[in-house]
Design a protein around this ligand. Structure first.
Ligand SMILES: CC[C@@H](C(=O)O)C(=O)SCCNC(=O)CCNC(=O)[C@H](O)C(C)(C)COP(=O)(O)OP(=O)(O)OC[C@H]1O[C@@H](n2cnc3c(N)ncnc32)[C@H](O)[C@@H]1OP(=O)(O)O
Ligand SMILES: [Co+2]
Length: 134
């Protein structure tokens, strides 16, 4: 059901410092910051030859990454995002198999303008999974 790896997201305590590390030290193609109010994060995408890295920084009072950064003050890998062809078909199959879909259970529009959903990390070997319809 899942397709390509769309991105690996890393929560960071300092977005500018993380962007500089990827641009200047690692020589990667680093995009501009995007505020995603609906998701409570500011993101920067880093384009690699075979996938993307999504740097995440909290935005607003109820950011879903706030407690993650409290527990991991230096930052860390927050989620992985897999592409799916039909997010509702994928959601319904996963729910039928017992997986917990986070939030309202309805897709939201993600940073690429496409529908996304999140799956509980406890149901996926301790890894928060994002699905993005492509
Ligand atoms: C920019 C848009 C979009 C895109 O297009 O790419 C994005 O990527 S937005 C990214 C931010 N959005 C989200 O993460 C939404 C989904 N996340 C959530 O709903 C919550 O973060 C969460 C996963 C339900 C966790 O909520 P939280 O309040 O932090 O709960 P707990 O601290 O109580 O955690 C419960 C339990 O789960 C473990 N946990 C939490 N986060 C992660 C994680 N990222 N990876 C692995 N495990 C995680 C946490 O440690 C707790 O475990 P126990 O202590 O053992 O109970
Ligand atoms: Co993401």
């Amino acid at each position: 059901m899942i397709g390509r790896l769309n991105h690996v997201a890393i929560a960071v305590p300092n977005l500018d410092a993380a962007a500089a590390l990827y641009r200047d030290t690692l020589g990667a193609e680093v995009g501009p910051p995007q505020d995603e109010l609906d998701h409570g994060v500011t993101v920067i995408f880093i384009t690699l030859p075979n996938t993307k890295i999504e740097l995440l920084y909290p935005l607003g009072d109820n950011s879903p990454i706030a407690s993650f950064l409290e527990k991991n003050p230096a930052g860390g890998i927050h989620h992985i995002c897999y592409e799916v062809e039909d997010i509702l078909v994928a959601r319904d199959k996963l729910k039928a198999d017992g997986a917990r879909v986070l939030g309202t259970g309805e897709p939201k529009i993600g940073a690429h303008g496409k529908p996304v959903l999140f799956l509980h990390p406890k149901d996926f070997t301790g890894t928060l999974v994002e699905l993005e319809q492509v």
